[in-house]
Write a protein of this length. Structure first.
Lengths: 461, 474
């Protein structure tokens, strides 16, 4: 079965698009039938396919399978999009008993998701938007638009060569991590005094054009510091952080350091930051430092910052704080029927979870379904209580928080409510330790006589 | 359909458009497989004024979408297509015969200042696929009831006969679709049963047996009171669609004179016989007139196995209706036999009806707003819908709440387990959905300050009074 990635980059000859729909604008009946033969059963079994193609119908990425072999399938997709467009309308999705097909067009790129996960159309479209943003994080929106303006038939795979694993990684993590559903970032619980001390160390390691400093441990955010003038302009969105984390994960390096360009699409989709990334604790490599600068040439200066941070950490034995962090257990607060929960305060980037990996991933499906119902644009809800065979689920949105919880199936409503109340009280008590409030008050750098440039003026081409 | 809601004080109004039928067509790709033959695939197309090439393009799009989804699942192709402006529903009624219904999305037109054209906002989330998908399937069932299957028509008279039948039926039927008021009940397609005490029920049964015995041409009988079914000898699926026809089309047409006063006698021109109150709703309007021609509508039942074509005779005494299927006319015999006996039965049943009324209380504002459906016997009961006619199904709750019921029903359909879903809506209404062993119950509670436990207690109380022999999850 030849369903592996294509080795041919940029040399693939493409049929001009007008063989797809004839002059009369009809679909040649042979075209749609042709797809039938090449797809193997194993390819069909995949839970979620994602395709990226250009407006010209040229394949760019397919999560599973060889995108060249899929070129006629992608051609059909593009034909469906243009056909509906020609009628002054816009195609959105197709539903069948087992699958949902969702379309998204952003500029010259078209995204299609074929999913058997029973997620809602809105959720699937948001995932496609993340895929688009991840591509933007590597190329910037301005250059994507410019390239296709000049050459509609351009093969974007030439620029994305080697980046398929970034998109693969993003799709995998979206299927297993509730962060995306909640649009939040999970943070490492730390006593606020420790967190403040770490932030202080990061703040002091400054150089011109250094805009953001992140400390990440075990894929959870420990601390984030940003330059004061930037704070006035814009806020960092969780989605951008997810893309950043994903890029770092995909580069899969261990020792040493990386210096790579990255665009944060929701922050500024047309310019690059330059990210210095290094692990502070080789060879375990669980604590990662990320410094974002707007100056392409600043590698040595930024590396120097890292050295200062390492020194300060060593002198205070800061890495121990991170290693020692008390991962709380729900047992502590005697809630016998509560198996798992996610909690997101309304103003802040954060959530929590507790359970085995496979269980958590399985819970994502019903959580996402409830999330979709509760946040419906036309008939939103405040509370959902769903008791089913395997478990009892609860989703609750108030002005202060949103939360999802999973109980044993035979729990009575009285117990569920009382355990939930206990949980909420506990969360309130531990608030400082559990969440990062970065926008509740402004952070400042220590004064250093350097000229600071605002990011918006420093657009790199 | 257009509804105007005054929003701005300046006199400029926001216009709300409800979902409406854009087009409806039936095609079979096998009839025109080669290039240049596309027009032959189209067996029926509404609206007829659409230009030929556009019809071909629209059918081609449907074919392409069905084929595209077969790439991922050969046995489960597309059921609906969502676009910004409209929604298309696909139903393969018989092998290779496809029916497509295109519904325009509800939208809001907001006026703009300075003579700019109004901005249109489409509300896609308002349409629930399962509801309109069921409406489309019902279109086929209704056609099949009166015309038999597509393939039989094709076998009997080729494409010409088939297209003729389709044209004749759908041209009228599509006009009766009221898409703006479809809801969960359309998904169920249930039957409202009339609860009777054992004695009266047995009387009715023996009456039916006597009729079928003495009039050997009678194949099946169904017995209704008002709009509710008491007994049926037909297969469930056949009875279900026949019931819909009777209650939304035939009965409303004939009940007008009686709406004036329930207890007043029938109008003189209709009563042919002073010995009883019976008359035919299908067939002869006046038995006394020997020259009057009449026909009984033909219906097709048991299409899966025996495929029977029968005549539908609907005979009504006051509010009681007897539906019988026959092979030939013989109305006088029927009239003289059935009329008097039915009239006698009538008073028994009427008494029961009054007893039921007393139990359930005045119909003004039912104590509990709920919808109940049993998948096994298709029994349905709703205290939310006030009057079902062909044109409109009035509900006493906000349409958004009905859509929430539709959402819960979709969630229930995903798994084959007993479940319960309780939801608090933005307006502080509580909606409780319970599914147990082929039965579904939806309750709407308007209790702003209630919490989950209190709501639970309320619903338990409802179940104890109305459904005390049915186990629902706690």
């Amino acid at each position: 079965d030849n369903m592996h990635r294509s080795d041919n980059r940029g040399s693939w000859e493409f049929q001009p698009e007008d063989t797809l729909t004839e002059e009369t604008g009809n679909f040649p009946s042979t075209l749609a039938q042709a797809n039938f033969k090449i797809m193997s059963e194993s390819w069909r079994q995949h839970r979620k396919h994602v395709f990226v193609l250009s407006e010209a119908g040229k394949p760019i990425y397919s999560r599973y399978g060889n995108e060249e072999a899929l070129s006629s399938t992608m051609g059909v997709m593009m034909a469906l999009v243009s056909f509906v467009q020609a009628g002054g309308n816009m195609i959105q999705s197709i539903f069948s008993d087992e699958h949902t097909v969702v379309f998204l067009q952003k500029g010259p790129l078209v995204f299609v998701s074929v999913s058997a996960t029973r997620q809602s159309e809105q959720q699937l479209r948001r995932e496609l938007l993340h895929v688009y943003h991840q591509i933007v994080s590597m190329l910037t929106q301005a250059s994507i638009n410019r390239i296709f303006e000049r050459r509609k038939n351009f093969d974007l795979r030439r620029l994305l060569f080697g980046s398929e694993k970034v998109l693969d990684g993003l799709l995998d993590v979206m299927d297993s991590d509730p962060s995306f559903m909640l649009s939040a970032v999970q943070c490492l619980p730390l006593p606020s005094s420790s967190r403040d001390a770490l932030s202080h160390i990061l703040q002091k390691a400054i150089t011109p054009d250094l805009v953001f400093s992140f400390l990440i441990a075990n894929n959870r955010l420990v601390s984030v510091v940003q330059e004061k003038t930037v704070l006035e302009d814009a806020r960092l969105k969780p989605s951008d952080l997810h893309l950043l984390f994903n890029l770092i994960r995909a580069s899969a390096f261990q020792a040493g350091e990386i210096w790579m360009p990255i665009c944060l699409p929701l922050f500024n989709h047309d310019c690059y930051f330059y990210a210095y990334v290094a692990y502070l604790d080789p060879p375990e490599c669980t604590v990662c430092l990320v410094l974002l600068s707007t100056d392409k040439e600043a590698f040595y200066a930024v590396a120097e910052c890292k050295r200062k941070i390492e020194e300060a950490f060593a002198s205070q034995n800061a890495l121990q704080w991170v290693a020692n962090t008390q991962l709380y257990y729900v047992d502590d607060i005697s809630v016998a029927n509560l198996r798992h929960f996610l909690y997101k305060p309304s103003k802040v980037l954060d959530h929590h979870r507790q359970l085995s990996q496979e269980e958590r991933i399985r819970l994502l499906d019903p959580y996402r379904n409830m999330h979709n119902r509760i946040h419906s644009t036309s008939r939103p809800l405040k509370l959902i209580y769903h008791s089913a065979g395997k478990e009892t689920l609860l989703a609750w949105v108030t002005s202060k928080f949103e939360m999802f919880a999973c109980f044993t199936p035979l729990v009575t409503k009285k117990s569920a409510i009382s355990e939930l109340t206990k949980l909420l009280r506990w969360i309130k008590k531990e608030e400082d330790r559990l969440f990062i409030f970065i926008y509740a008050f402004p952070l400042t750098f220590q004064s250093q006589p350097c000229k600071r440039q605002s990011v918006t003026q420093n657009v790199k081409k | 359909m257009l509804m105007i809601s005054p929003r701005m004080a300046s006199g400029m109004q926001e216009k709300q458009y409800t979902p409406s039928l854009l087009s409806f067509f039936i095609y079979n790709p096998k009839f025109g497989p080669r290039e240049g033959e596309e027009e032959k695939k189209i067996l029926f197309y509404h609206p007829i004024e659409i230009e030929k090439n556009e019809k071909i393009r629209n059918v081609g799009l449907c074919e392409a979408i069905v084929q595209f989804t077969r790439t991922f699942s050969p046995t489960n192709p597309a059921k609906s297509l969502h676009t910004q402006k409209n929604r298309q529903f696909f139903h393969e009624a018989e092998e290779n015969y496809w029916m497509v219904m295109v519904v325009r999305n509800p939208m809001v037109e907001k006026p703009n200042k300075d003579g700019k054209p109004p901005t249109v906002e489409y509300q896609e989330e308002e349409i629930i696929d399962s509801v309109y998908g069921s409406v489309l399937q019902q279109c086929y069932c209704m056609y099949k009831l009166f015309n038999g299957t597509f393939s039989r028509a094709f076998e009997a008279g080729g494409v010409e006969l088939l297209t003729q039948k389709l044209e004749k039926f759908f041209y009228r039927y599509l006009q009766t679709l009221h898409l703006q008021s479809c809801d969960l009940l359309d998904v169920f397609g249930g039957i409202s049963f009339f609860p009777l005490d054992k004695m009266t029920y047995l009387k009715i049964q023996s009456f039916v047996n006597r009729v079928e015995e003495s009039l050997s041409l009678v194949k099946y009988t169904a017995f209704l009171y008002n709009d509710q079914l008491i007994w049926s000898g037909l297969e469930q699926d056949d009875m279900r669609i026949l019931y819909k026809y009777l209650t939304t089309s035939l009965f409303p047409r004939h009940s007008e004179p009686e709406l004036a006063g329930r207890d007043s006698p029938l109008r003189p021109e209709v009563a042919g016989n002073l010995l009883h109150y019976g008359r035919f709703l299908t067939g002869p309007a006046n038995l006394k007139d020997p020259d009057a021609k009449f026909r009984f509508p033909r219906i097709f039942v048991n299409t899966e196995d025996s495929y029977e074509e029968l005549h539908l005779i609907v005979y009504k005494v006051r509010e009681r209706v007897n539906v019988m299927d026959l092979n030939r006319e013989f109305c006088e015999q029927l009239d003289s036999l059935v009329g008097p006996q039915l009239t006698l039965l009538a008073s028994d049943i009427c008494e029961q009806f009054n007893i039921n009324r007393r139990i359930s209380g005045p119909e003004k504002e039912p104590q509990f707003k709920f919808i109940y459906f049993n998948h096994m016997n298709l029994a349905e009961k709703s205290t939310i819908h006030m009057r079902k006619t062909a044109s409109v199904s009035l509900t006493s709750v906000h349409p958004d709440l009905m859509k929430i019921l539709g959402d819960i029903n979709c969630d229930f359909a995903r798994v084959n387990e007993d479940e319960e879903i309780i939801v608090k809506a933005m307006t502080d209404y509580w909606v409780v959905g319970k599914k147990s062993d082929q039965r579904e119950l939806y309750v709407i509670l308007n209790q702003k300050n209630a919490n989950l436990i209190e709501v639970n207690e309320e619903v338990k109380r409802l179940c104890a009074t109305q459904f005390n022999n049915i186990f629902f999850l706690d």
